[in-house]
Design a protein around this ligand. Structure first.
Ligand code: AHM
Ligand code: MG
Length: 344
């Protein structure tokens, strides 16, 4: 306790007390993740003062230009989590192959996937960015894990969370028993429980989508957005508001706070390049879907529940439609109706 306030460490330990078989490994792993996020937060906050802005001059596995902070944050995450003996291996947006725990360190029973700095196109313009992570159990040979060990459906996640580096730094986590948010108290260097039991309002009048891709969208997405834009004069009978931060962590956080729907659908431009979507399943879509569902929201590809997809690749991409339940249901229904029309 800090002055009657609950720290994230205390919160995790108390949660663990209710799990009979818990050994403390998980608590300790989460602590290392929290430490990594504090280090990244500190660098993001200091920006140009510590020379971390700008391009790294390299590309990641997806062929995207890396920022200096992408590379640094990835390294911080690896170094914070490789030594304690809780992990069998890690996987990240920034690395093509899985990361093996160095030989000198003990191995553990968990697998960690992460996007160390999501929304990093925002970093140089001082707009919110974040870290996303997901924890799975290693069900195979934990001494010699392979890529295949990571390819588990989102429903298998033990824990998912994100850190949001915004006006304040926050961590939001779920272990499958609701969603809780913590704010970093910079004076004492601790995350304090400030947003207990976060829930998403079912109804919303706010949508988020990159409208510059509008001409490439599929018919169901075009229909949904068009109906929102018609506002009180259209079939929805109410006006909508729109937001696009280009930082999924910030969009999800807004939805957890005041409702809304976020869409990064598949479109014709992606299809022409052979891509299945923009966002990555293992370290973006699955952890965010776990959080959204635990907060009472819904998350689909437009066609299927994201958390039930069987992954086929570490860096697999998927369409993402998530947020307030009634809106996600509507967009998903539009896709299903379209499928029936296509089949007729
Ligand atoms: P990143 O992992 O390379 O940062 O890309 C993911 C980000 C999401 O945070 C955001 O929703 C989306 O890309 C924005 O894409 P766009 O620039 O096409 O609007
Ligand atoms: Mg990302």
């Amino acid at each position: 306790m800090q002055d009657g306030r609950t720290t994230i460490t205390q919160f995790i330990i108390e949660e663990q007390r209710h799990i009979a078989e818990a050994t403390g490994d998980f608590t300790s792993l989460l602590n290392d993740i929290v430490t990594a996020c504090k280090v990244i937060s500190n660098m993001v906050n200091h920006g140009a003062l510590v020379g971390v802005l700008g391009a790294a001059g390299s590309e990641n596995v997806q062929g995207e230009d890396q920022k200096k902070l992408d590379v640094i944050s990835n390294d911080v995450f690896l170094k914070s989590n490789e030594w304690a003996g809780h992990l069998a291996a890690m996987a990240s947006e920034e690395m093509e192959d899985i990361y093996h725990i160095p030989d000198l360190n003990p191995r553990g029973k968990y697998l960690l996937t992460f996007d160390p700095l999501d929304g990093s196109s925002n970093i140089d313009v001082n707009v919110s960015v974040g870290t996303i992570f997901s924890i799975l159990r290693c069900k195979g040979d934990c001494e010699n894990p392979t890529k295949e060990d990571f390819l588990q459906a989102g429903t298998e996640q033990v824990c998912a969370g994100y850190a949001l580096y915004g006006p304040s730094t926050m961590m939001v986590i779920t272990t499958g028993k609701g969603v809780n948010g913590f704010t970093l108290d910079q004076n004492i260097g601790e995350f304090i429980l400030t947003h207990p039991d976060m829930t998403i309002p079912e109804e919303t009048q706010e949508f988020a989508i990159n409208a510059s891709n509008g001409r490439f969208w599929e018919a169901p997405v075009k229909r949904y957005v068009d109906e929102c834009l018609q506002g009180s004069e259209g079939p929805r009978g109410k006006d909508f508001n729109m937001r696009w931060i280009a930082s999924m962590v910030a969009e999800v956080h807004r939805i957890l706070t005041r409702g809304g729907i976020f869409m990064y659908p598949i479109d014709d431009k992606m299809k022409a390049k052979g891509l299945q979507g923009k966002l990555r399943l293992m370290y973006e879509a699955n952890p965010m879907s776990f959080i959204i569902e635990q907060a009472g929201g819904m998350s689909t590809t437009g066609r299927e529940r994201i958390m039930e997809l069987q992954p086929s690749d570490l860096h697999q991409r998927v369409p993402v439609i998530l947020g307030s339940k009634t809106e996600v249901e509507r967009v998903t229904a539009y896709h299903n109706e379209n499928k029936e029309a296509d089949a007729a």
